[in-house]
Design a protein around this ligand. Structure first.
Ligand SMILES: Nc1nc2c(ncn2[C@@H]2O[C@H](COP(=O)(O)OP(=O)(O)O)[C@@H](O)[C@H]2O)c(=O)[nH]1
Ligand SMILES: [Mg+2]
Length: 279
């Protein structure tokens, strides 16, 4: 990370008022760090006004990007249902496994359902994860209707007293409207059995502003209750996180920090900013 460390260094080294060229250079580096033009502009204003306590001013400005909503996953007794959606390769299946493992560890009875039926490999991937973590998996053959797989999973979750049911879905291009509307169908059909309490949209934290474009399309297709940002390990582009929550007004609930089941953290804005602002 450290994009702000460089900014603070740069500002400290300026003599007198920053010139337009210097401000432009700072703006460029903020945009390169995926902060987006609006936020970059606001930080530039701070640089103009707050030369002395810039770090503090920047942190309090950036805190405004974050909602005050609860970031806890919504729970409902006796059964909580979570649906996981997003573009291909963002980390949906891995995130399903991570969330399943976390609930399993805390003593919940977890079922994961493979409603990504497009590829046999996707069903196998989830089953392998489930075996490794020690949770139950519901699946059908590839090519089955995802909504009916979700429905069967929901029935099994309810009848076998599972407390957590997580539905993995196929990755889809946000530009394909038939596939996007299928998500709504998966949710409606699963809800014939039990309400879907969380719809988590998984975004790859390294793709920057494009994540916002993807998210808007998903939001138009299905009500999203929380975001999971993946691949937050080793990314220099932490700036996207700020722009994402601010632009979408949906809380980032979890972040993925690696490929292992345990690489999942609750998202804590203040902690995140401290890391971002540290050198
Ligand atoms: N470094 C890193 N890799 C991740 C993370 N989450 C997922 N991946 C990797 O991203 C790739 C795609 O993940 P997958 O869960 O199959 O994506 P899906 O197509 O959305 O289901 C895999 O190689 C995962 O190991 C993460 O938080 N950090
Ligand atoms: Mg998958």
């Amino acid at each position: 990370m450290g994009i702000f460390a460089r900014l603070f260094e740069k500002v400290a080294s300026l003599r007198g008022e920053p010139s337009q060229a210097e401000l432009d250079e700072i703006r460029e580096s903020l945009i390169a760090a995926d902060l987006g033009p609006t936020l970059a502009g606001e930080i530039i204003d701070l640089v103009r006004r707050e030369r002395n306590d810039l770090a503090l001013a920047v942190k309090s400005e950036l805190m405004k990007c974050f909602l005050s909503d609860s970031r806890e996953l919504i729970r409902r007794d006796p059964l909580t249902t979570i649906m996981v959606v997003g573009v291909n390769g963002t980390g949906k299946t891995t995130s399903v496994a991570k969330i399943a493992e976390r609930f399993h560890r805390s003593g919940e009875k977890v079922l994961v359902t493979a409603a990504d039926t497009f590829r046999a490999a996707a069903i196998e991937q989830l089953s392998t994860w489930a075996d490794r973590i020690g949770v139950a998996v519901h699946s059908s053959s590839s090519g089955s209707d995802p909504a009916s797989v979700a429905f069967d999973g929901a029935k099994r979750a309810a009848s076998e007293s599972f407390t957590i049911h997580i539905i993995d879905t196929a990755g889809r291009l946000h530009t394909m409207s038939n596939l996007m509307s299928e998500l709504g169908k998966v949710k409606r059909v699963a809800e014939k059995v039990s309400p879907v309490n969380e719809v988590l949209l998984v975004l790859d934290g390294t793709v920057g502003q494009n994540a916002i474009v993807q998210a808007r399309e998903f939001m138009a297709a299905i009500p999203i209750t929380g975001l999971v940002l993946t691949k937050m390990d080793g990314s220099a582009k932490g700036g996207a996180v700020l722009a994402i929550e601010r632009e979408l007004s949906i809380p980032i609930k979890l972040i993925g920090t690696g490929e292992k089941a345990s690489d999942l953290e609750n998202f804590e804005p203040s902690l995140f900013l401290d890391r971002l602002l540290a050198s």
